[in-house]
Write a protein that binds this ligand. Structure first.
Ligand SMILES: [Zn+2]
Length: 407
């Protein structure tokens, strides 16, 4: 204990084994004075409270607990107060190093699993992660942010959205903000918190075409390059394929044809390169029919070429041709997307001004990670809990200092 977690002003005493729990007695160092928990100044002792137990990191499969009798101080300023206990704050019964330990494991395991493995309550795990996140948010540095990504994510069932703002610079990628809903107010709240000075230093921002976002970005940072990123464009196109497929399946069934589009959803949405042989065979079979879905799929695939251009003007020429093809395709869903892209052509082409500095997969990667966190935290009812979980895995937050790392 002295080697890994020395505590100033206190000494470790007797260690005993009680019902498979290693109990470590802690006493104040002789002549040391207790510290007022309000003003953090040494004060004379008033009395002693009942013995309390604090959970420490388990050892050899045994739970470890610190046993201490807290003092009350008579602070000249605050009156009778409980002393400040350096290894645990407030009412918490989990020692600080154990909190860091649990929070560390909560990055790779679900909170439930962490609780089970280390024999603590779910609440203890939440408390620990919350502690670490709170510290991190307080101590993170928000300077030097040049590029932002705005994304939305669904939570709970139904149309509940969270707006997530990421930093997507090549030197630092992390979650900066979580806001309820995806309204104008939500994003404004981010800029308000981010501050005027930092906002003025922004150079690029990626987002989808959600009206509220576009509006706020135009109003708040008109000089910043607004980019419609690849991930969201491909999402629009995939949605168009999916909707076309659904409508056509229904139509074919209605007309009495065999259900050829049945179970083909994945081979249509996946990128060609990522398909296995049976999916490719299925695709080949599907292509023989002159189906709307297939034409829509092929046009979607053709759009992939757009991202390979080296120059803005080359991409612009390609985009024009592609939009013309899409508009003549007689595919209402795809036409809708084409119209949107035509309207926001500038945002789409802005990608080529920043191509060197923003790799394509960033927003997508962060989105994927956020979704995974949401899935792992499935069942979290309170928004605060979801927020803590997201910041914990994606925030890239600074950790509280420690004399020894137990993990
Ligand atoms: Zn005081």
């Amino acid at each position: 204990m002295n080697k890994t977690y020395p505590v100033k002003g206190f000494v470790y005493g007797k260690v005993s084994l009680e019902n498979n729990v290693v109990v470590v007695n802690v006493t104040p160092r002789k002549n040391s004075r207790a510290i007022c928990s309000v003003c953090h100044r040494p004060s004379p002792t008033y009395d002693h409270l009942k013995e309390r137990r604090f959970k420490f990191i388990p050892l050899w499969g045994l739970a470890v607990e610190l046993c201490y009798q807290p003092r009350r101080v008579k602070c000249p300023e605050h009156g009778v107060k409980i002393e400040k206990i350096p290894w645990a704050d407030g009412k918490s019964s989990v020692c600080e190093p154990f909190k860091l330990f649990l929070a560390h494991w909560a990055k790779s395991l679900s909170w439930k699993e962490v609780a089970r493995h280390f024999k603590v309550s779910w609440q203890n795990v939440f408390e620990s992660v919350h502690y670490v996140v709170e510290y991190g948010l307080k101590h993170r540095c928000l300077d030097n942010v040049k590029a932002l990504g705005v994304d939305e994510i669904q939570y709970r069932r139904g149309h509940n959205y969270l707006t997530l703002v990421y930093q997507i610079d090549s030197h630092c990628r992390r979650l900066l903000f979580v806001g309820k809903d995806r309204s104008v107010k939500t994003l404004l709240r981010f800029f308000y918190r981010f501050g005027k000075e930092r906002t003025q230093q922004l150079e690029a921002i990626c987002s989808d075409l959600w009206k509220a976002y576009v509006k706020v970005i135009k109003r708040k940072i008109p000089e910043c390059v607004h980019i419609l990123d690849r991930f969201h464009v491909m999402k629009y196109l995939n949605d168009a394929v999916d909707q076309t497929r659904r409508a056509e399946t229904a139509q074919l069934k209605h007309d009495g044809y065999e259900p050829i589009l049945h179970k083909s959803r994945w081979c249509l949405l996946k990128n060609k390169r990522n398909q296995n042989t049976s999916q490719l065979a299925r695709l080949r079979e599907l292509v023989q029919y002159n189906l709307k879905t297939i034409r829509c799929y092929l046009l979607k695939e053709a759009f992939g070429h757009f991202w390979t251009y080296k120059t803005r003007w080359g991409a612009e020429r390609f985009l024009k041709t592609w939009i013309t093809r899409a508009m003549r395709s007689k595919l209402p869903e795809l036409k809708k997307v084409a119209k949107r892209l035509r309207k926001h052509q500038d945002l789409l082409l802005n990608y080529f001004s920043f191509k060197e500095r923003l790799s394509n997969g960033i927003v997508e990667g962060l989105n994927l990670k956020a979704k995974l966190t949401m899935r792992k935290s499935f069942g979290f009812k309170r928004l605060e809990t979801i927020e803590v979980a997201l910041f914990h895995t994606l925030g890239n937050l600074p950790e509280p200092p420690a004399t020894h790392r137990f993990y």
